[in-house]
Design a protein around this ligand. Sequence first.
Ligand code: FAD
Ligand code: NAI
Length: 467
Amino acid sequence: MSYDVVVIGSGPGGYVGAIRCAQLGLKTAIIEKYNTLGGTCLNVGCIPSKALLDSSEHFHNATHTFTEHGIEATGLKINLPQMIKRKNDVVDQTCKGVEFLMKKNKIDVFTGLGSFVDANNILITKADGSTEQITTSKVVIATGSKPITPAAMNYDKVRVITSTEALQIEKLPKSMVIIGAGVIGLELGSVFARLGTKVDVIEFQDRILPGMDNDCAKELTRSLKKLGMTFHFSNKVTGVKGTKTAATVTFEPVSGGDAQEIKTDYCLIAIGRKPYTEGLGLEKVGIQLDERGRIAVDAHLQTNVAGIYAIGDVIKGAMLAHKAEEEGVFIAESIAGQKPHIDYNLIPGVVYTWPEVSAVGKTEEELKAANIPYKSGKFPFKALGRARASMDTDGMVKVLAHAETDELLGVHMVGPRVADVIMEAVALMEFKATAEDMARICHPHPTYTEAVKEAALAATDNRALHI
Ligand code: FAD
Ligand code: NAI
């Protein structure tokens, strides 16, 4: 078989890239080593974690806010196997959707491990050991990432686990220690804390979500503490030991001091992910990696070997599904001779805790480091009628604009449904709008989006109306 493009890996980078290639008239194949398409995102990432976040949020509301709403519900119970089954059904439907899209776009799907024979020939090794070889003009590597699991943490997939196993737990743990207060630690920590598990988070830094806006991080920390999560900041884990029924986590202050030990039902390792290049046979074609083991690419996402490209988690940049998707489209359009563009500054980041956190553009810390003069406006959700109506008053919106030109430079939010609200900021920043532009747009009342208008007003001559 001979193709214009072969994509290795069917995550959001790979499958979206393959669809765009096919739309542009390129004969395309996609290779996936697992039996289901969709990669980390659909199978063990974005989709299943959001399904469990939604289920656990319903339970938390039913047990914590219903009474105040005037709803008396008694005898509430968690049926965790059913919660996991619903999540698995959502995953299944979503993965089947990708299968359908491959057929619709006449993309050939090969199941097996893809590896380079040379720059134009790819070997597919199936689970039963049989092989098949295909020929192609261009290759897109979209093999994604895997969790980082240091040897001292003794990852055993039983009691010392990563997000992949945490998404399958069917008996509610009494306790869980999470290593890392990043996105996975906080999202999955929220799921279990809402269901009643005692959650302890051990974090190397002195705060949650390093790299995101500090005020948002502080607000979310307060909310997660209210939820019952305990944080051990500025601590490093020195060892984890698992048995068949429990795990023991040893940690000590980063600045030195006495070690502590927690015995727990599960230890969840959530300290970041690493690019996945194993088994690709990169050495056969001499593809170079960067200093962090990621596939090195140029501004056109091409590797050092002409005609071989890489996208998504396996290269530099944010490990996000929508970043991978943008790169999938970019590469397809580049191969087809177009001149696409991605503004990496405008890739939004979202944390699906409650309240949610979202951000686009620069943080105050980044603006200070780059000596860019800026002004800032903030508006708290507790001053918003919509937020009081839904009892979601934790959080705020912060708008950062250039001190002289008023151009929007960054927007950071923590609050109800801000995962969706952030899109207004992304769209306006794409069009290089100012804080004044944002403030003058009519926002529907009562909605959470009014906090954006008010924060923009606050950034523009301090003229917020409702505070
Ligand atoms: P992947 O999705 O990792 O897909 C790569 C695919 O390549 C895999 O299916 C793999 O099996 C396959 N593969 C690897 N090597 C080979 C080979 N040699 N041959 C054949 N196939 C191969 N991001 C968000 O934007 N929003 C979220 O809410 C979000 N939630 C997440 C929650 C969790 C728990 C996790 C773990 C991640 C989450 N992410 C989220 C991150 C997101 O999943 C990744 O950024 C995204 O999946 C990266 O896409 P990708 O296409 O680069 O790679
Ligand atoms: P992360 O990079 O978000 O967070 C890792 C955290 O672990 C950091 O706070 C770091 O300081 C801490 N840490 C590192 N080593 C440590 C150690 N030895 N001891 C204690 N703390 C340590 O990584 P995470 O949460 O594993 O997520 C991986 C990737 O998946 C992220 O890059 C994220 O982009 C993506 N993801 C995105 C989601 C979203 O968009 N909503 C949801 C989940 C994951």
